[in-house]
Design a protein around this ligand. Structure first.
Ligand SMILES: NC(=O)c1ccc[n+]([C@@H]2O[C@H](COP(=O)([O-])OP(=O)(O)OC[C@H]3O[C@@H](n4cnc5c(N)ncnc54)[C@H](O)[C@@H]3O)[C@@H](O)[C@H]2O)c1
Length: 317
């Protein structure tokens, strides 16, 4: 297969692209910045959020190569940054619109990276987990994902676009240690605890569903295969591990993996604006449609992440 991945220089994009290449597929990446981990992914540097996108690139204006499936991952993905800079949520919506136009003209199916954020804070609102309700939109980032999904569904109805929407949840594990660019809680806690510094958890009971990137990529791979084979035309699927952990428990697992007997884990009771405080994925649809069974629980995933980070540091010094 030939797969176009937007956001190919990011965490999930890098993992997915390398996995696809290892499986013998052809990958064409688009991102607005170069990949900081590998040079193996052919990448067109382009801002997908510009008002009109002709989907040509390079100095000669060469067109995108034809592809079988588009995986649209490009987004400003930091919840807090989009609370302080809400215009970035509009960039996400514009990029999704542009990529959908490309898919419509090329008649290629799309896989869209959405988020558990579309459910809002279900602990507080007790919504039906499979149905996102825009009345509970927690932040401009959530709004950009709800709007993106909504555009995907509109294109499916009006133009017959085939799609899978994946709602990801706290993906971690590899190619996610660029925390100056993108502060993610697991790599951040790994760095701070390894350096003997304290970490602060916002909300003692905050419970999230952490997904090792290998499980995430395995689920997306199945989605790509099923949509390419015509076995799925339209589906919205939660992709996570299916278990909740408090952030305090997660920090303790990191300390254990790093062999730190008395980590300094501090708790602030207040929740940060825009934050979801409770989520455990309902994975029935992923199981039914993809045969997806996640393999890596948090304790093993954190041990793998710590080992990857050590290898990475050794290789780059
Ligand atoms: N990683 C997670 O835990 C998680 C959870 C839920 C949803 N998601 C979604 O999955 C997708 C991938 O997430 P990630 O963790 O790999 O994020 P990431 O930030 O590591 O990667 C996103 C990439 O998109 C690129 N990008 C952003 N805007 C762009 C634009 N206008 N034009 C071109 N490139 C642009 C960025 O440069 C970046 O390389 C995102 O859409 C994110 O919202 C991720």
């Amino acid at each position: 297969m030939r797969i176009l991945i937007t956001g190919s220089s990011g965490q999930i994009g890098t993992n997915l692209a390398l996995h696809l290449q290892a499986a013998g597929h052809e990958v064409f990446g688009v991102d607005r910045r170069p990949n900081s981990w590998t040079t193996a992914i052919p990448t067109l540097l382009q801002d997908l959020a510009v008002p009109y996108q002709q989907f040509v690139g390079g100095i000669g204006g060469a067109p995108y190569p034809t592809c079988d499936v588009v995986v649209h991952l490009a987004a400003n993905a930091k919840v807090h940054e989009l609370v302080t800079h809400p215009h970035k949520s509009m960039e996400n919506i514009a990029a999704t619109f542009n990529v959908l136009e490309y898919c419509r003209h090329q008649q290629v199916p799309i896989i869209f990276a959405s988020s558990r954020e579309v459910y809002g804070d279900i602990h507080r609102y007790l919504t039906d987990e499979q149905t996102a309700d825009f009345a509970y939109t927690e932040s401009p980032y959530s709004a950009s994902k709800i709007a993106g999904e909504s555009l995907v569904y509109a294109y499916a109805r009006c133009y017959g676009l085939r799609y899978i929407v994946f709602r990801f949840s706290n993906v971690y594990g590899r190619y996610d240690n660029d925390i100056e660019r993108m502060e993610r809680v697991i790599p951040l806690f790994m760095r701070e605890l390894a350096a003997g510094r304290p970490v602060t958890v916002f909300g003692r009971d905050k419970t999230l569903d952490f997904t090792h990137v290998d499980d995430c990529v395995a689920g997306v791979m199945r989605g790509i295969e099923r949509i390419y084979a015509g076995q799925i035309d339209a589906a919205t699927i939660n992709l996570a591990y299916g278990q909740g952990h408090t952030l305090v428990a997660m920090a303790q697992l990191i300390a254990y993996a790093l062999d730190i007997p008395a980590p300094d884990i501090r708790v602030e009771e207040s929740k940060r604006v825009g934050e979801v405080t409770y989520y455990i994925a309902d994975l029935r649809r992923a199981q039914e449609l993809l045969g997806y069974v996640p393999q890596i629980d948090l304790a093993r995933g954190i041990a793998m992440a710590v080992a990857w980070q050590r290898d990475w540091q050794q290789q780059s010094h």
